[in-house]
Write a protein that binds this ligand. Structure first.
Ligand SMILES: Nc1ncnc2c1ncn2[C@@H]1O[C@H](COP(=O)(O)OP(=O)(O)OP(=O)(O)O)[C@@H](O)[C@H]1O
Length: 228
């Protein structure tokens, strides 16, 4: 059996610990995502989806528990090692794309590669190939403001995949799109999972989209449970 792309074990996380405003969000959350698997994460607002995604993507540290990405246990690693792993192994897509407005679509996909030490020529070639993959070859030199919402989100996909991550984490990636555009963006995402062996963990309120992924899990009182 192949190594899980992501394994979370016993993740605990609270905010404002020891104060009257204390919120305990995760209480021993366990989850595995295999290469080439798309897992939907559904839960009511405030249940801890973003918290879980941030911990899985090494943007935040749990109070207890272990995050293992591609077989490497991350909690005991240095901040520097975690930053490198995050750049190389993890891609993020958010509900709002957060593209850099002053840069073109192409540049938005090149920049994370340069930060990861890729040579400019190779980074440009990969960015063009990714844009072509999502049907935006002709839009490479447009800035985000000159692209539609769905096009911007497709560029954000390319940016998330720029460094060929093992793991894609998405927080409501189609949440601000109309149904047709959402459908197109989701189809591209699933094609990439199927074709590249990418592991995807996708928080969504859209149960139709969730049903088309391989598995749905939900957060129940701070733990991850398989949805029926
Ligand atoms: N920095 C923080 N300080 C205090 N409380 C926080 C902080 N971040 C999140 N929380 C609280 O933790 C809980 C989980 O938040 P989180 O954003 O993970 O939920 P979510 O399931 O992603 O919600 P939504 O679907 O609304 O985005 C919420 O009650 C939230 O108010």
């Amino acid at each position: 059996m192949s190594e899980a792309a992501l394994r979370l074990s016993g993740i605990e996380k609270g905010y404002l610990r020891g104060t009257p405003g204390e919120v305990i969000v995760l209480r021993g959350a366990d989850l595995e995502v295999a290469p080439g698997e798309a897992v939907a994460l559904v839960a009511p607002s405030g249940a801890g989806k973003s918290t879980l995604l941030h911990i899985a993507g090494l943007l935040d540290t749990p109070d207890a528990g272990e995050v293992v990405i591609g077989g490497e246990a991350m909690q005991s690693r240095s901040d520097r090692r975690r930053t490198i792993a995050r750049r190389r192994e993890v891609g993020f897509i958010y509900q709002f794309h957060h593209l850099l407005p002053e840069f073109t679509a192409l540049e938005n996909i090149v920049l994370p590669q340069l930060a990861n030490g890729v040579a400019p020529k190779a980074a440009g070639e990969r960015a063009r190939a990714l844009l072509a993959r999502v049907g935006l070859a002709a839009r490479a030199d447009h800035r985000p403001a000159a692209l539609s919402g769905g096009e911007q989100q497709r560029v954000a996909f390319c940016r998330a995949l720029a460094n060929a991550p093992r793991l894609l984490l998405a927080d409501e990636p189609t949440g601000n799109l109309d149904p047709d555009t959402s459908e197109r963006v989701f189809a591209v995402l699933m094609e990439l999972v199927r074709e590249t062996g990418l592991a995807a963990l996708i928080a969504t309120h859209n149960l139709d989209l969730a049903a088309r992924m391989d598995r749905t899990v939900r957060l129940d009182h701070g733990r991850v449970v398989e949805a029926a």
